[in-house]
Write a protein of this length. Structure first.
Lengths: 114, 112
């Protein structure tokens, strides 16, 4: 998957606990994205990053925060997980400056919040 | 509200058939329309994309038809094969904007 590693691949957690998902890329791409995938909704953008320490909100950012301290790593944190955040989370990277064209996706993290 | 509406939700065709998946968008500022293919347990992968300056684009057995006035675009898969069984997502975005909007997805099954 285009040099993108997501970890963990699966996680089960309890409501109210903090959760951090990691995305690691080896492509040195500037743009990185976090999406969530839910039945009936397709993929929805949570947050994205356009450089180290440069991030911005997407369509469904409430309840999520991100950090990017290195070009290759983009972290997604659920400060206090809720059942509505049960989803499959995908990291993506882009190789075209200034756009989100040609997104390359990781294999996803299945998160269950009980 | 969903800015890109995709239909049908699921589709079953016989091998050799031509499945057609349709998408409609609302935002006239969108100028990039990709299709992504996703196999179970994998992330989506870019299949083909079109810009509104052309009405059709072909890549192998995959064709996008685009109707700017109707704000609709569709994916046709010629001579479909069981290996094409996957979920297909249409999407739309504005150039130099990082918020791509996806349709809800179509689960395609091609029977042998």
């Amino acid at each position: 998957d285009a040099g993108i590693t997501q970890s963990p691949r699966h996680k089960v957690t309890e409501t109210g606990t903090p959760v951090t998902l990691r995305c690691h890329q080896t492509e040195n791409h500037r743009y990185m994205y976090w999406y969530r995938q839910d039945p009936g909704h397709g993929l929805r953008l949570i947050h994205y990053s356009y450089g180290v320490k440069d991030t911005d909100k997407g369509e469904v950012s409430d309840g999520y925060s991100v950090s990017r301290s290195k070009t290759e790593d983009f972290l997604l944190t659920l400060e206090s997980a809720t059942s509505s955040q049960t989803s499959v989370y995908f990291c993506a990277i882009s190789d075209i400056q200034g756009t989100n064209e040609k997104l390359f996706f990781g294999s996803g993290t299945q998160l269950s919040v009980l | 509200q969903q800015q890109v509406k995709q239909s049908p939700q699921s589709l079953i065709v016989q091998k050799g058939g031509i499945p057609i998946i349709n998408c409609a968008y609302e935002n006239t500022a969108f100028d990039y329309f990709p299709w992504y293919q996703q196999f179970p347990g994998k992330g989506p992968a870019l299949l083909i994309a079109i810009r509104p300056d052309v009405s059709e684009k072909k890549e192998g057995r995959f064709t996008i038809s685009f109707n700017k006035s109707a704000k609709q675009f569709s994916l046709h898969i010629m001579d479909s094969q069981p290996g094409d069984s996957a979920t297909y997502f249409c999407a739309a975005s504005k150039s130099f904007n990082n918020d791509m909007r996806f349709g809800a997805g179509t689960r395609l099954t091609v029977k042998p």
